[in-house]
Ligand binder design. Structure first.
Ligand SMILES: [Zn+2]
Length: 217
């Protein structure tokens, strides 16, 4: 069977990290919505400029632009056996893009990997989060105890929006917009839930054990 594997979870749950671990381990191509958007802005392309306008003015990126970026990336990937999506679909309107992709790639099944995390722990984690301004890799002040990016050797920074108020807002948006997507997906698809409060390697182990069973069929 050919599968779309979707990683969902609130910021701070480590879903991006876990999606990458799984992609690397099982050689599955990955579509990372956040990174595609960042790259498009950096490239200063026509679409990139439009996206920059929306994000800097605090508006949501229109779905048709989102569609285009995602489909361009899928064209580059070709016809994979399985494919991973990270950070997408986050709202109901994006859900129908996933159905379109499922059809066009002739995928048999959607599997959702949902990482759960309490607001309290997310706040603690994000408060201790440092980001590399160059590669966007994140580090924890309390776990990694490093001041510069291991890869780029540049000083790590704190994100402007990594504060309690912004986090509470993200939780609110997640409940209102992403939770309905999860509810909808869970009706006809396989949802695997994992405790995002655990350590990275332990979550990776749990996900790998579950997904191996799924990928067998
Ligand atoms: Zn870096």
């Amino acid at each position: 069977m050919k599968r779309i594997i979707i990683f969902l979870g609130i910021q701070g749950s480590g879903k991006g990290t876990q999606a990458n671990i799984l992609a690397t381990k099982h050689h599955i191509p990955i579509v990372e919505a956040g990174e595609l958007i960042r790259k498009e802005i950096e490239s200063n392309s026509k679409i990139g400029k439009k996206i920059k306008f929306y994000t800097t003015s605090g508006k949501m990126i229109p779905d048709r632009i989102f569609d285009k970026i995602i489909f361009n990336q899928i064209k580059k990937i070709g016809h994979p056996h399985n494919i991973i999506f990270d950070g997408f679909p986050r709202r109901m309107k994006q859900f129908r893009i996933i159905l379109k992709i499922k059809k066009s790639l002739q995928m048999d099944e959607i599997v959702v990997i949902h990482l759960t995390l309490s607001e309290k722990i997310a706040k603690e984690r994000i408060a201790n989060r440092l980001v590399c301004p160059k590669c966007e890799n994140t580090y924890s002040n309390t776990i990694d105890k490093v001041q510069e990016c291991k890869k780029c050797r540049v000083k790590l920074e704190k994100r402007d929006d990594d504060n309690d108020k912004a986090i509470a807002k993200r939780f609110d948006i997640y409940k209102k917009q992403t939770q309905p997507v999860i509810d909808k997906l869970s009706k006809d698809n396989l949802i695997l839930e994992f405790n995002g409060a655990k350590a990275i390697k332990n979550i990776a182990f749990d996900i790998d054990r579950s997904i191996k069973k799924v990928l067998k069929n």
